[in-house]
Design a protein around this ligand. Structure first.
Ligand code: PLP
Length: 394
């Protein structure tokens, strides 16, 4: 008999009862160090007092009005995002996939608005992940995402990651945009080198096509900047954000320049819940905390410490681990052993980490992790590696 919850997830047998900072406590009272952070979501850990206060204060006043009326929190948060980023305008969504849907629609609308409706194709990269809606699975194109859900909507194609020639060849008179994650998350924590992002920016300019960054996972402080592309000194025309933006409350955003958003006039796009007052109250507080002096530099400092210790782990377990990847606190351990087994062994050691493509274990601590917590996480990973090695030898 089918489970009352549609069985689309292979869930680990943990029943989380509550969270405190970087820690999750299960129904049996076991304390897990959460280095998955809800898949790069809980930037400020669990039950952060200022986020709880922002949400509960708003909950006592007003939950929802729809977008038929002005939502002051949207106006404030959009203005702050415009101040902090390349963008001139923001559309709020409930998730990352919806933010990418908005980006896709906006890119197509841009060209049709300028009299070129034939320019509708969007080029993406192998290994990418952009969400689970029909358009976002078609954009990423991975077999495991699209299998059985065909026919896919037309106008999406993928080129191999890092293959500049293939990218040039894929661009034609029907190309509307190129979409890329500055650091591929699900695809195995693969960072795009800054010079490639620069080259991509130039290529898009040359051909009059839009550049879309998917910073759903790499954004919001994960790499030590508000958005990962800032390290490369290039800006997109359109960008999707989500995950960390709501610190655990469902929120996403599609940010764009005025030029790119030209066709998005009243009635062209919408969402009942997008930018709801509860989400905005949390989103405003998250951005305030993230932009506080010293917060993002601390992420970079924490990253250096974590990377150094993970390098030590790779040196100690060359039979199981190949290399450390990633930026900031979006780190990956490329494995020689099975990544799924290492994730399970880490869970036994009461450490939560997340598998990714390319046989990688993702390490995504809350951005507030202390040095002691980072060190404890690596100690637990070491214990997990030790247990895995012993099991393999047995
Ligand atoms: N884009 C990227 C880069 C992601 O990592 C994800 C989720 O993991 C998404 C889009 C989809 O976000 P959501 O699951 O909130 O729809």
């Amino acid at each position: 008999m089918i489970d009352p919850v549609l069985p689309t997830y292979a869930r680990a047998p943990i029943e989380v009862a509550r969270g405190e900072g970087c820690w999750l406590i299960d129904a049996q009272g076991r304390r897990f160090l959460d280095f998955g952070a809800g898949i790069a979501v809980n930037a400020f850990g669990h039950a952060h007092p200022e986020l709880v206060a922002a949400l509960t204060e708003q909950a006592g006043r007003l939950w929802h009005t729809s977008n038929l009326y002005r939502v002051p929190g949207q106006e404030r948060l959009a203005a702050r995002l415009v101040e902090e980023t390349f963008a001139d305008t923001v559309f709020f969504t409930n998730s990352g996939a919806e933010a990418m849907e908005c980006a896709i629609k906006m890119a197509r609308k841009f060209h049709s608005h300028h009299g070129n409706p034939e320019r509708f194709r969007i080029v993406a990269f192998e290994g990418a992940f952009h969400g689970r809606t029909l358009a976002t699975i078609a954009l990423a194109g991975q077999e495991k995402l699209v299998k059985g859900f065909g026919p896919m909507p037309d106008g999406f194609q993928q080129v191999p990651f890092g293959d500049h020639e293939a990218l040039r060849a894929a661009i034609g008179p029907e190309t509307a945009a190129v979409a890329i994650e500055p650091v591929q998350g699900e695809g195995g924590v693969r960072a795009v080198p800054p010079q490639c992002l620069k080259g991509l920016r130039e290529l898009c300019g040359e051909h009059g096509i839009l550049l879309i960054f998917d910073e759903v996972q790499s954004g919001y402080g994960r790499t030590g900047k508000l958005f990962a592309h800032e390290w490369a000194g290039v800006t997109p025309d359109i960008m999707a954000a989500a995950k960390g933006i709501g610190g655990g409350f469902p929120l996403g955003a599609c940010l764009a320049t005025e030029r790119a958003a030209a066709g998005m006039t009243a009635g062209t796009h919408g969402s009942t819940y997008g930018g709801n007052p509860l989400a905005m109250a949390v989103g405003e507080k998250v951005l305030e905390l993230m932009c506080a002096p010293g917060f993002l530099p601390r992420v970079s400092e924490a990253s250096g410490r974590l990377r150094q210790r993970l390098e030590g782990l790779v040196a100690a377990f060359p039979d199981l681990l190949e290399e450390v990847r990633g930026e900031g606190l979006l780190m990956g351990l490329k494995c020689r052993a099975s990544n799924a087994e290492l994730v399970a062994r880490a869970r036994d050691a009461e450490l939560l980490v997340v598998p990714a493509g390319d046989n990688v274990v993702r390490i995504l601590p809350p951005l507030i992790a202390t040095d002691a917590e980072l060190d404890e996480g690596v100690r637990r990973l070491e214990a997990a590696c030790g247990a895995l090695r012993a099991a393999q030898a047995a």
